[in-house]
Design a binder for this molecule. Structure first.
Ligand code: ADP
Length: 484
């Protein structure tokens, strides 16, 4: 058990929101945050509502003219200083995240580095917001500039408490936007600690505000406000739909990074050991609770059973436990209803004639722990539309390329996809045919600040990270110059 990271995390735990540079406790109630491994309360955050959300919006509005008017290199310098402080506090941030989210400590450490990568990357992008010049057919000269869209609302989920926030705040700040952040109620402390470090790094008051409380109330105020010019949301498809609708009356810019039901396809010519290892990396990250986790595995029939048996043998070795215990690879799920869903999916595989190769039940540790599970056969239809969001790998056999591409694409969702083959021609051919925003070829991990991240169909729109991630926070301003 690593006590030092946990203790360092507790030192960063703050039980307040941030409005206009000040810590805010509010006058109402509080919301308890628990450790998903034990169910014990680790702290509370204020249950803020309409009044405080409006105050946060007003603060973001007041701060906008100054912040967006600064030179991009000044904003870049701030992002670099914030990133330096995050590096200095990396162990505490990882401890705090592991405590409130339940992910194994090493994964939490990895997320802090990943999250900070967005600030470092977008510090560079701040200095590369290039405009264009063009001769017009009317004889004018056209100049374009890129300008911050305005104050933004950023709503983030619990599965990556740091990275989902910096993936939005990095480009927002680089562009010159101000922000009101609503972190997930299950994991607010990592976000609060990051906001505190931002202020220590010299961020002017009002540029970054964070409100905690009832999600629907806060979301309703943020989306209705004409001051907020953009919403960036990462979360479930049903909530994304509600928010998009709420943004329509004020015609806000909206970015949506929603659920996926990622297919992972293994062809007989693949390196099966590599496919097994990469499936595990992709599937068991955050205990199966990521929107890019492989949700359904399709393996060419001649190697399907071999792949499934090898996968089950490896998965059965994964150590389940508390985030701070040595060697743990799979933590608890965030909520009881997450466990219920995995159990339901396992039951449906069994009912459809699938076999359980390993796991299949709640873990002996009890609580929110589920035994890592591999199944073989049954009906894949459920997994085309519903994310399991837990440690279940359902494997299905397929016969032809067209059949498997048809199954992969027979979904309303299209975020990530994965393909294992040694045939380059096939990799590119199928990689292009799959209806998903991203396709990992011979890899189960593809998230990095430098790659565009985002989905198609009902997995959302907009791209985060990469050179494109800043675009959603910028408007193009055109100046047309008539030369004398
Ligand atoms: P998940 O299944 O990952 O919890 P949600 O879409 O429920 O996904 O939550 C993602 C984020 O959206 C969280 O910060 C949550 O509090 C917030 N949220 C949930 N419902 C609403 C809503 N009606 N309006 C605004 N935000 C919401």
């Amino acid at each position: 058990m690593s006590h030092s990271a946990r203790d360092a995390g507790l030192k960063l735990l703050r039980e307040h929101a941030f409005i206009d540079g000040k810590a805010v406790k509010g006058s109402g109630g509080t919301i308890a945050v628990d450790d998903p491994a034990t169910g014990e309360t680790i702290g509370t955050v204020p249950d803020l509502g309409k009044t405080e959300t409006e105050q946060a919006i007003a603060a973001a509005d007041r701060a906008f003219a100054d912040w967006s008017g600064r030179r991009p290199d000044e904003r870049a310098a701030f992002l670099r200083e914030w990133a330096r402080l995050i590096d200095d506090h990396a162990e505490g941030l990882a401890g705090l995240m592991a405590l409130e989210n339940g992910k194994p400590l090493d994964e939490a450490r990895g997320e802090v580095a990943y999250a900070n990568g967005f600030l470092k990357w977008f510090a560079g992008e701040a200095e590369r917001m290039l405009g264009e010049t063009q001769d017009s057919p009317l004889g004018h000269v056209i100049l374009t500039f890129r300008k911050a869209v305005g104050p933004c609302a950023l709503i983030t989920p619990w599965n990556f408490p740091a990275a989902m926030l910096t993936r939005k705040l990095g480009p927002a700040f680089a562009a010159g936007c101000t922000a009101v952040v609503k972190p997930a109620s299950q994991t607010p402390f990592t976000a609060i600690a990051l906001v505190e470090l931002a202020h220590q790094a010299g961020l002017p008051k009002g540029v970054l505000n964070l409100v905690t409380g009832d999600a629907a109330t806060i979301g309703g105020v943020l989306t209705a406000s004409p001051v907020i010019r953009k919403l960036s949301f990462t979360g479930s498809t049903p909530v994304g739909r509600i928010l998009a609708e709420q943004c329509a009356p004020t015609l806000k810019r909206v970015s949506m990074e929603l659920g996926g039901a990622a297919p992972l396809i293994v062809f007989a010519d693949a390196d099966i050991d590599q496919a097994v290892a990469e499936t595990i990396k992709g599937k068991f990250r955050n205990s199966g609770q990521t929107c890019v986790c492989p949700n359904r595995i399709y393996v060419e029939r001649s190697v399907a059973r071999d792949y499934a048996d090898r996968l089950a043998a490896e998965v059965s070795k994964l150590k389940v436990g508390n985030a701070f215990d040595d060697g743990v690879k799979v933590g608890p799920l965030i909520e009881d209803k997450g466990i219920d869903k995995v159990e339901d999916h396992v039951a449906k595989v069994k009912a459809a004639g699938g076999e359980i190769l390993t796991g299949g039940e709640r873990h002996d540790l009890g609580g929110r722990f589920f035994t890592p599970t591999v199944t073989f056969g049954g009906d894949d239809a459920l997994f085309r539309e519903e994310e399991t969001f837990g440690p279940l790998v359902p494997v299905f056999a397929f016969d032809t390329e067209d059949e498997v591409v048809g199954k992969a694409n027979d979904s309303d969702l299209g975020l990530a996809s994965y393909l294992f083959t040694r045939d380059l021609d096939r990799a590119i051919r199928i990689g292009r045919r799959i209806e998903a925003g991203m396709c990992g070829i011979n890899t189960g991990l593809m998230s990095t600040p430098v790659a565009p991240f985002g989905g198609v169909k009902q997995s959302g729109y907009g791209r985060e990270g990469s050179t494109h991630g800043i675009d959603d926070y910028l408007d193009i301003k055109t100046l047309t110059l008539k030369l004398g």
